[in-house]
Design a binder for this molecule. Structure first.
Ligand code: ADP
Ligand code: MG
Length: 622
């Protein structure tokens, strides 16, 4: 094309495309839901802009916010069209090829080690999945601020952009034309497309139409050939008989002049049910529907079900409906740069209109692993995102969401037969639902760190979060245990909860600090995650019991009658020792009852860093 400008794909994008093209991945279906999801995002954007400026929608067909799928069997073209926000020339260049998204290299890396292509949407590069099925793709797009342009690429390292002077004007929005590869012929079957939309895109909030063929009975005039035959016959008959023949004709007038034949017509067939799932009564939504909804909401199309969900309506001053999910797996970048990225995974709707999925005011940071949505009736519709972000209702919404989220997480534990409960509740264990078995350990593996960060950050919910803590201890037998279980096993007279920190359990088990405690039958918690050191600076007590680091000063194991006597008789030795070490090296030298075989240990002062903390700080400054 004469006016085409050529561009090269950014290197990482090019590598990604190579991987996709050469992929032996058998589930090529995923491209369709990625395109539909992009169309839906684009529609969300224009609908949001229309809240404050009706003009942007234009008029006539442009106001129809829908998605249309069309097949051209002859030319093997599948096209998906939306009336969303569209892309300017600049957008096409940036979004489809020259600027790599942050997830691009992460995804490339994943794919080189047997990653699952199915998760492409989570990395923000879903568009390129079109090259699973097409060898040539055109993106025709019209944005309100620009003329209509065509982006096209055969995935050969380059793409071209031209001002569109030959296609039909789109009005507004985007049409993606896939020139299907020979082996992708199945995507020209209507039944296949219907099946895919049902499977992956059922919960898209805009109507999805397919230009579908339909066999219909139509009345056509009775066959002319037959009547001409008759005419011939009548012609061949003698002239005299003409009169009587005419009479006969009149007699057979009931014979239909028309007949029915099958004809193929085309019409737009609606493929999805656009009633939002969160508006439905939770009792009427099946587990399978929630799972599918989670998949489309989170762009997480792995095989696993979400670990839990909570669907509720909040009433009172601030009314809203919400659905929250605990994903089956943590996303690849959950704890990467935790402190300097603001990312919420909740979508905010106001009266069914999508507003934003970048509202960091809805959930605290430590809960940003949750997925879900909030639809509020109380928030104003016609204000900017910035204004909304300041709205006082958000505080109330946030508070309720946290409460519901923590309840939901606790339920995973409550329903898990593997979570040792009170001994008298043994029956519950036996009747335990197999599906729920081991779910809390799974949760803890994926998101335990978030709970710990929560204890550090959220003083108001500290106790609720502490209930969700799991760890191993000298008595947990290689399994996870909880603070409540620890307390239920405490020895009579034991006042404090004992713990020790270190790089791993194996090393801690050999620690001289444990000798005496073990011998006396006290349970000691192992904290082996670097974050645990910080955690214990915030978690001072639980259920009126103080936490005691057994490698620190202040360990009390009950009074021993000989304590005073021993202290007296070793007075000279301790004094001598302290003098030798000089006071810069140690604060004090004391007789202790915390040891058994080891003659002496260095103990940290109550408010000083533990040896483990020193280790962590050193590794951080390296
Ligand atoms: P993601 O959807 O996660 O951003 P994609 O690779 O699917 O990643 O899409 C890349 C970008 O291309 C989108 O963010 C969007 O800006 C743009 N885009 C893709 N499809 C459309 C569309 N139908 N309408 C408008 N913009 C689109
Ligand atoms: Mg996308």
């Amino acid at each position: 094309r004469s006016n085409a400008q050529k561009y090269e794909f950014q290197a990482e994008v090019s590598r990604l495309m190579d991987i996709i093209i050469n992929s032996l991945y058998s589930n090529k279906d995923i491209f369709l839901r990625e395109l539909i999801s992009n169309a839906s995002d684009a529609l969300d954007k224009i609908r949001f802009l229309a809240l404050t400026d009706k003009e942007v929608l234009g008029e006539g067909d442009n106001t129809k916010l829908d998605i249309q799928i069309k097949l051209d069997k002859q030319n093997k073209i599948l096209s998906i069209r939306d009336r969303g926000i569209g892309m300017t020339k600049e957008d096409l260049i940036k979004n489809l090829g020259t600027i790599a998204k942050s997830g691009t290299s992460a995804f490339v890396e994943k794919m080189q080690t047997n990653g699952d292509l199915n998760l492409i949407g989570q990395f923000g590069v879903g568009f390129y999945s079109v090259y699973l099925v097409a060898d040539y793709v055109e993106v025709i797009s019209k944005h309100n601020d620009d003329k209509q342009h065509v982006w096209e690429s055969k995935a050969d390292g380059a793409f071209a952009i031209s001002e569109d002077t030959w296609n039909e004007p789109l009005g507004r929005g985007t049409e993606i034309r896939l020139h299907l590869r020979d082996e992708a012929g199945e995507y020209l079957e209507e039944s296949k497309l219907k099946e895919l939309v049902k499977k992956y895109s059922e919960f898209i909030n805009f109507p999805i139409y397919l230009w579908a063929s339909k066999e219909v009975d139509v009345e056509v005039p009775a066959d002319e050939d037959e009547s001409s035959d008759e005419e011939e016959k009548s012609e061949s008959s003698s002239e005299e008989e003409e009169e009587s023949e005419k009479g006969e004709d009149e007699d057979t007038e009931e014979k239909p002049k028309t007949k029915k034949v099958k004809e193929t017509t085309y019409e737009w067939e609606l493929l999805n049910d656009v009633k939002a799932i969160w508006l439905r009564n939770p009792k009427e939504v099946t587990d399978e529907e929630y799972t599918k909804f989670y998949h489309s909401l989170a762009k997480d199309f792995g095989d696993d079900k979400p670990l839990a969900w909570s669907h509720f309506t909040a009433e009172g001053d601030v009314e809203f409906k919400a659905v929250l999910f605990v994903p089956p797996k943590a996303p690849h970048d959950l704890y990467e740069s935790y402190y300097n990225t603001i990312k919420s995974n909740l979508k905010l709707y106001v009266r069914r209109v999508f507003i934003s999925d970048e509202f960091d005011e809805l959930l605290p940071k430590y809960l940003n692993f949750l997925k879900g949505l909030v639809d509020s009736d109380t928030l104003p519709l016609n204000v900017s995102r910035e204004m909304l972000q300041q709205h006082s209702s958000l505080k109330t919404i946030k508070k309720k969401l946290i409460r519901k989220a923590l309840d939901m997480i606790r339920r995973i534990a409550d329903e898990d037969p593997d979570e040792a409960k009170d001994k008298d509740k043994k029956d519950v264990e036996n009747s335990g639902d197999d599906e729920k078995k081991g779910q809390y350990a799974k949760f803890w593996n994926e998101f335990g760190k978030s709970i710990k960060l929560g204890i550090i950050e959220d003083a108001a919910n500290r106790n609720r979060l502490a209930k969700l803590l799991r760890f191993e201890s000298t008595k947990s037998d290689g399994k996870l245990t909880s603070l409540d279980q620890y307390i239920s096993r405490m020895k009579s007279g034991q006042k404090d909860i004992f713990y020790i920190t270190g790089p791993n359990k194996e090393q801690l088990e050999k620690s001289p600090f444990l000798e005496r405690l073990k011998k006396k039958g006290y349970e000691v918690i192992f904290f082996t995650d670097p974050v645990d050191e910080y955690l214990m600076q915030y978690l001072m007590d639980y259920e009126d019991k103080k936490f005691q680091n057994v490698s620190k000063e202040g360990l009390k194991l009950g009074k021993d009658s000989k304590d005073k006597e021993l202290k007296e008789s070793f007075k000279d030795l301790t004094k001598w020792w302290k003098d030798v070490l000089a006071s810069e090296n140690v604060d004090d030298v004391k007789i202790s009852n915390r040891l058994d075989n080891t003659p002496c240990v260095v103990v940290t002062s109550k408010y000083g860093w533990s040896a483990n903390m020193e280790r962590i700080m050193q590794s951080q400054t390296l």
